[in-house]
Write a protein that binds this ligand. Structure first.
Ligand SMILES: O=C[C@H](O)[C@H](O)COP(=O)(O)O
Ligand SMILES: C=C(OP(=O)(O)O)C(=O)O
Length: 449
């Protein structure tokens, strides 16, 4: 049981170190009041659930399971609706069914959800028509609208992030345990725009096979409880450290610290400085931790991260999420995996094929090509196959809606279509049929492995 203990000093040791990508809050007293209030709020997740996910991630690290981690680039307060949450969940459930059935592997399902409200940015400001304002840093910090009022960081938004995360998690828990995620609903998850796409039809055929298998088991008198609910976890980037440390609590069972804002948190490519505040914060908490590794990561960086975050070499504690870019992964990943494996560490290796493959279309839309995404995943599988190590999973930006943000896919989106439904607040996401396409192709790669 996690208690609402007084904030522990260990949660705040990061304050003595440089913290990248933190907002310029204009009123530090208002921030202090918000932090004090957040510290009094109940946990969003329980420490025991974080331990359970660490065990699931240990199976991934040992090569016995596959991680499916996905969701929005940036969640938005005004998108906290039953429909949006259900669509995202539906996409992940469909992808999970495809990977489990076609890839024949247990799938650990983790959403980029219920906390993914903060974004690191390349530039601190944005200029439009000669007007320069602070960049949008996610709904937890400021507003998307290009006005001085909206773009001014407001700490009250941290409380809104907590409440939005809480409402989302509540519905996710209801969907995943209350009947909606029952494997007998495998057809129902396909009942909308996606049904007629090539991947939707392929999915329908797979769902029929699953149905037949379930009927067979039923006829044999077997009706496992495990098929009625889905184990689903929430994750986000631990970016705004004032929020994350305010939600860090002492677990009364063990005396350890847990960041109870989500089950798993990750440190991004822009904030993984070895002597920086984010790594210090992550080193203090017992949650399973992810770290993004971009193309400039050296083996020494990876080994130091292991030393800092997983000194006991505990499988499941640390996940390296590589995001090299399709053109670099075959060149950069092998040495990292080799050196880490030789050190005796058992990290989970996961591929984020999104963040190294972004480009700006002539129309000004930030986009990604489905083929590049696929090629990065292929490269990831090739490297692991070559080294005899386990390709542990994928980390994807996706939505359950019929958006037009990434080009390509079986139900092809063209560059000229991008403007039609370009709805992301930050980076382009795969829509549901592109996500299903990816799941089928990854399942094939896994089987061939
Ligand atoms: O999602 C990741 C980052 O926040 C995003 O790629 C940054 O985008 P920018 O380069 O437009 O700031
Ligand atoms: C910012 C992100 O990724 P990265 O740190 O890999 O750029 C992200 O996943 O939202």
């Amino acid at each position: 049981m996690t208690v609402n203990a007084k904030p522990d000093a260990g949660a705040n040791t990061w304050r003595d170190l440089p913290a990248a990508q933190q907002p310029d809050w204009p009123d530090s007293e208002a921030l202090r009041d918000v932090i004090a209030e957040l510290e009094s709020y109940p946990p969003l997740v329980f420490a025991g659930e974080c331990d359970q996910l660490r065990e699931r991630m240990a199976s991934v690290a040992r090569g016995e399971a596959f991680l499916l981690q996905g969701g929005d680039c940036a969640e938005a307060f005004d998108a906290v609706s039953a429909e949006q949450i259900r669509n995202k969940l539906k996409t992940l459930l469909q992808m999970g069914a495809v990977l489990t059935y076609a890839g024949s592997v247990p799938v650990v399902k983790v959403g980029r959800i219920a906390g993914q409200y903060s974004k690191p940015r390349s530039k601190p400001t944005e200029t439009r028509d000669g007007v320069t304002l602070p960049s949008y840093r996610g709904d937890s910090v400021n507003g998307f609208e290009f006005t001085p009022e909206a773009r001014t960081p407001d700490p009250q938004r941290l409380k809104r992030m907590y409440h939005a995360s809480s409402a989302t998690l509540n519905l996710v828990r209801a969907f995943t345990t209350g009947g909606y995620a029952d494997l007998r609903q495998v057809h129902a998850w396909n009942q909308d725009f996606v049904r007629n796409s090539p991947s939707g039809q392929r999915y329908e055929a797979l769902a029929r096979e699953i149905d037949r298998a379930l009927n067979f088991m039923n006829a044999c008198g077997v009706d496992p409880e495990e098929f009625k609910t889905v184990e689903f976890y929430a994750s986000h980037e631990a970016l705004i450290l004032d929020y994350e440390s305010a939600l860090t609590r002492v677990d009364s069972r063990t005396g350890n610290l847990y960041d109870v804002s989500g089950h798993m948190v990750w440190i991004g490519e822009r904030t993984r400085q070895l002597d920086g505040a984010h790594i210090e914060f992550a080193s203090r908490i017992r949650n399973p931790i992810g770290v993004k590794l971009g193309p400039t990561t050296t083996p020494e960086d990876a080994l130091t991260l292991i030393e800092r975050l997983d000194p006991d070499r505990e499988p499941g504690r640390l996940t390296f999420i590589t995001r090299m870019g399709a053109d670099k992964i075959r060149d950069r990943l092998p040495t990292l995996v080799e050196k880490v494996t030789a050190s005796g560490a058992q990290v989970a290796w996961v591929c984020d094929p999104m963040h190294g493959n972004t480009f700006e279309a002539a129309s000004g839309h930030k986009t990604r090509r489905f083929d590049d995404v696929l090629d990065e995943v292929k490269g990831f599988f090739e490297v692991h196959k070559g080294l005899g190590t386990h390709p542990g999973g994928i980390h994807v930006e996706l939505t359950g809606d019929d958006v037009t943000e990434c080009v390509g896919g079986g139900d092809e989106i063209f560059v000229d279509d991008l403007h039609q439904r370009y709805e992301t607040a930050c980076d382009p996401r795969l829509n549901r049929s592109q996500s299903l396409d990816l799941a089928f192709l990854v399942a094939e790669m896994y089987r061939d492995q």
